[in-house]
Design a protein around this ligand. Structure first.
Ligand SMILES: [Ca+2]
Length: 374
C-alpha cells in the first residue's frame, strides 16, 4: 500500500516538473587537503574543526586551536599559519572542545587590519552556566600581529547550566560594515519550551554595536546562515532527524520545541517535542532531512563560474553525513534539484575562496580546497 502511494507521488512529481528542468550534471569534486592541526580544537570529549572566515585578499581566518579561542591567519598560497591572538581568556571556558570560537565575521578591513566580530559560548564560572557572546575586535596582521577585544555586542540569556553546549549555534552573516545576523541555539536548555523563561535562546537576531533586533524564534541549533540578496536562509539540527533548511522571515516562530520532523526524544533527553514528526501550526522548512545529516554552514557558489550549471547553488556542509549537499533553488522558497557528495570528513565551516573554490574546515583539523573535477 505504502509503496503504491510512493510510486504515485513520484509520478505526480515527475508530471509537475517544468519542461526545462533537465537533470543537472552529476557533481564530481577535486579535493585538496591541507593539515592545520594547530587550528583544531581538542578536548577529552573529541575534536572540533576551526571556525572560518575569508579576508578580501584571499587570506583566511581560522578560530579555535588548543585554547579554543585563538585566532589564526592562514595564507593558502604559502600554506603559512600565523597566530593573531586570543578572543577570550581561558577562565571563560571549560577544557572541552565545544567551548570554542563558533564564528568570525569580517566587518571592515584594510591590507593589514580588520574589524571583526567573534562569537563563542562563554562559561560563567561563578554561576556554572553558559551564554553565547559576541564581541567586536580589532585585528592587526602586521609584523607583530595582535587582537584587541572591544565592545560586547551581544550576550544570550538566560545563562544555561552546562549541557548541550554544541547547541550554541553562534553563526553570523554580515549585512554591512555595521551589522550582522546571528543565530542563537537552545543550548540544551531544559525549559526551552517555556516562552517566559527561554529569553533569546533559539532565535535569529540582527545585531549592531548599539541595537539588537529579534528576527525569528523557534530554532534549535542553526549552524548555517546565508544571505542571498535580501533572502536569509538557515540550516538547523533537528532532534534525531528533522534537520531543516529555512527561509527566515521577521516575526516567525519556526516551531522548536513544539514541532519537529524529527523523532520523539527518549527518556533522559533535555526536552520532549510536543508534536514530533509534524510541523502543524508553524512555518514549515523549505526542505528537511530524516534521518539526520547534522548540517553546518551554508554558502552560495559564485554565478557563471567553474561550477557550471551548479553555479549560484547553495552548498550545505554536514557533520554526521560527512558530505556537501548541493541545493539548487527554483526560486527563493522552492528547492529544486539536490545532490549529496560524500567527502569523508565532518565539515565544520565553509567559505568561498577568492577564486571561487569551496573552502572547508573539518573536525579532523584539515582545510579542504574543493573544486569541480575536470
Ligand atoms: Ca564562518
Amino acid at each position: 500500500m505504502r509503496k503504491g502511494i510512493l510510486a504515485t507521488a513520484i509520478l505526480m512529481l515527475a508530471s509537475t516538473l517544468p519542461a526545462n528542468a533537465a537533470e543537472l550534471p552529476k557533481i564530481e569534486l577535486r579535493v585538496q587537503s591541507i593539515d592545520t592541526p594547530t587550528a583544531q580544537v581538542r578536548g577529552s570529549n573529541g575534536e572540533r574543526g576551526a571556525a572560518l572566515a575569508r579576508l578580501a585578499d584571499g587570506r583566511l581566518l581560522l578560530g579555535g586551536g588548543a585554547t579554543g579561542l585563538t585566532l589564526f591567519l592562514y595564507d593558502l598560497t604559502t600554506q603559512k599559519q600565523t597566530t593573531i591572538g586570543r578572543a577570550g581568556a581561558s577562565s571563560e571556558r571549560l577544557n572541552d572542545s565545544r567551548f570554542a570560537i563558533t564564528d568570525i565575521a569580517v566587518l571592515n578591513q584594510t591590507a593589514d587590519t580588520a574589524q571583526l566580530l567573534i562569537s563563542y559560548p562563554r562559561y560563567n564560572r561563578e554561576r556554572d552556566c553558559v551564554t553565547v557572546v559576541v564581541h567586536s575586535y580589532q585585528a592587526s596582521f602586521a609584523a607583530k600581529p595582535s587582537l584587541k577585544r572591544g565592545k560586547l555586542w551581544f550576550q544570550s540569556n538566560p545563562c544555561v547550566p552546562v549541557g548541550a553546549v554544541q547547541h550554541a549555534a553562534g553563526r553570523m552573516e554580515v549585512i554591512d560594515s555595521k551589522s550582522v545576523y546571528l543565530t542563537i541555539g537552545d543550548l540544551g536548555y531544559p525549559q526551552i519550551g517555556d516562552k517566559a523563561k527561554r529569553g533569546n535562546l533559539g532565535t535569529v537576531m540582527q545585531i549592531s554595536s548599539n541595537k539588537i533586533t529579534q528576527i525569528s524564534s523557534g530554532h534549535r541549533n542553526a549552524q548555517g546562515i546565508l544571505l542571498i540578496g535580501k533572502d536569509l536562509y538557515t540550516s538547523e539540527h533537528g532532534p534525531r532527524g528533522g534537520d531543516e533548511l529555512n527561509l527566515i522571515q521577521q516575526g516567525i516562530d519556526y516551531g522548536w520545541p513544539t514541532v519537529t520532523y524529527g523523532e520523539r526524544y527518549s527518556f533522559g533527553d533535555y526536552v520532549k517535542p510536543t508534536n514530533p514528526e509534524s510541523h502543524n501550526g508553524f512555518r514549515k522548512p523549505l526542505t528537511y532531512w530524516v534521518p539526520s545529516v547534522a548540517p553546518t554552514e551554508l554558502i552560495q557558489l559564485p554565478a557563471n563560474s567553474a561550477w557550471g550549471q551548479w553555479s549560484s547553488a547553495i552548498v550545505m556542509g554536514t557533520l554526521r553525513e560527512e558530505s556537501l549537499i548541493f541545493i539548487q533553488m527554483q526560486n527563493k522558497r522552492v528547492v529544486g534539484q539536490m545532490q549529496t557528495v560524500n567527502v569523508n570528513e565532518r565539515i565544520r565551516d565553509l567559505d568561498i575562496s577568492k577564486e571561487g573554490s569551496i573552502i572547508a574546515t573539518t573536525d579532523s583539523g584539515k582545510l579542504l580546497v574543493i573544486n569541480p573535477a575536470g
